[in-house]
Design a protein around this ligand. Structure first.
Ligand code: NIG
Ligand code: FE
Length: 407
């Protein structure tokens, strides 16, 4: 049964847009008065609405002016957590830094206490509610990290909570194990803790099919570059895909990520010109997290520089209780775009097919035959309105795998 949706005033297809480097308007692959033909979960054909009508068994007619985009992809979040860190916020605006709070046993450690205190069912409900909010705002694929458990049992609890939330909502949740977030208080040595994770948690992740992705926070106060490189090599050896929290406050993580063959290096606020060059020469996606800059009152990562050097630039929310509590992908992308002078195409690419590359997913992120029918429609007649209005206009229709889930 073939279903045609349309006509849309504009469809942003991104059908031939490249993965690396700057993008101009023509890479949007814009179709006017377009339609999308869907069969089951997948897009069969995209083109002018009138030309597709004869192939359709059913037509979902769009009556108002709307612009269609691929479903958005948030490739970096920490939305599985208990409690709040409003207290950290109050301390930061009173002058304490994020790292000072962490060193004094607060920050991430505070979320660890609160997440450990929550049951698996409570965490499932929290993830479900946050993912639902994202879906309403057009985010159809969401990466979600563990990392507030920091023991074999508590990390498994978090990943199981994310997995069961995934079964309860239409958005796809992609799990990542961030047991290497910081060293838990129960361990004196960072090295002993990582060895413990490799020996006892990695096999369980495989056995219980909890995730195929491993992340580490490479930073002063978290894990140094030497331990990070060893851990990532062990993760690769065990068959996991890898990603790194790199260069948030100090540089070094990007090199570790590229040398380890990570899918992405995320944060990059402190990335040097030399690191930018190294990233551009690799297949590692440069993922910037404007929400963390906003949350901590820091400068943005050098998105323009990364693109001009030839990097694949993804943009994600980092939605978490500490540095990035807002979790609004469109608003954050629009504000980053205005500050860093990103073209509309570069903004859209960063939260669609380029974000998909960071997750090693090639079946989504474009409106093209063979891609999943993850689609979002905005109530505007001109695509430029979406970022011009700074992300405040949200989609009024969302389809996940061809099924209407919003609107
Ligand atoms: O990506 N920097 C490390 N991890 C998270 C923050 C986690 C937290 O503060 O709870 C981040 O910003
Ligand atoms: Fe993060």
């Amino acid at each position: 049964m073939k279903r045609l949706i349309g006509p849309f005033k504009e469809i942003i297809t991104l059908s031939e847009a490249v993965h690396k480097g700057p993008l101009t308007e023509d890479a949007l692959g814009l179709i006017e008065q377009g339609g999308v033909l869907i069969e089951d979960e997948v897009i069969v054909e995209v083109g002018e609405f009138e030309n597709l009508k004869k192939q359709a068994d059913i037509i979902d007619r769009i009556k108002e002016d709307q612009v269609l985009l691929p479903g958005l992809i948030d490739s970096h979040t920490h939305i599985c957590f208990g409690g709040s860190r409003a207290g950290d916020y109050a301390q930061r605006v009173a002058g304490k830094t994020y790292q000072e709070i962490l060193k004094n046993g607060g920050g991430i450690h505070d979320s660890v206490n609160k997440t450990r205190a929550a049951s698996q069912e409570e965490l499932t409900d929290l993830v479900k509610a946050r993912a639902k909010r994202h879906l309403l705002e057009g985010v159809t694929t969401i990466e979600v990290k563990s990392g507030y458990g920091l023991s074999v049992q508590e990390e498994i609890k978090m990943l199981q909570a994310i997995k069961s939330a995934n079964q309860k909502i239409p958005a796809d949740l992609i799990t990542t194990c961030l047991a290497a977030h910081v060293c838990p208080k129960e361990f004196d040595s960072h090295e002993d803790y990582l060895n413990h994770v490799v020996e006892h948690l990695f096999p369980e992740l495989k056995k219980q099919e909890l995730t195929n992705r491993i992340d580490i926070f490479t930073e002063d106060g978290a894990f140094d570059t030497k331990l990070s490189a060893k851990y990532l090599a062990q993760a690769k050896e065990a068959g996991f895909e890898i990603t790194v929290h790199a260069d948030q406050f100090t540089s070094g993580g990007t090199r570790v990520a590229v040398e380890a063959g990570a899918l992405s290096a995320d944060h990059l606020e402190a990335t040097s010109d030399e690191d930018v060059r190294i990233l551009a020469g690799s297949e590692t996606v440069a993922t910037v997290l404007p929400g963390a800059s906003m949350g901590l009152g820091m400068h943005y990562s050098p998105a323009r520089k990364l693109l001009d050097a030839g990097c694949c630039l993804a943009i994600a929310t980092d939605w978490n209780p500490g540095s990035a509590p807002m979790g609004d992908l469109l608003v954050q992308t629009a504000l980053l775009g205005a500050a860093e002078k990103l073209s509309i195409t570069e903004c859209v690419a960063g939260i669609t097919y380029r974000a998909a590359k960071a997750l090693n997913l090639s079946d989504r992120g474009r409106i093209k035959a063979g891609q999943l029918a993850d689609l979002i429609a905005f109530p505007v007649g001109d695509h430029r309105e979406i970022f011009y209005q700074q992300g405040k206009i949200k989609p009024n229709k969302v389809w996940k795998k061809g099924v209407s889930v919003v609107g």
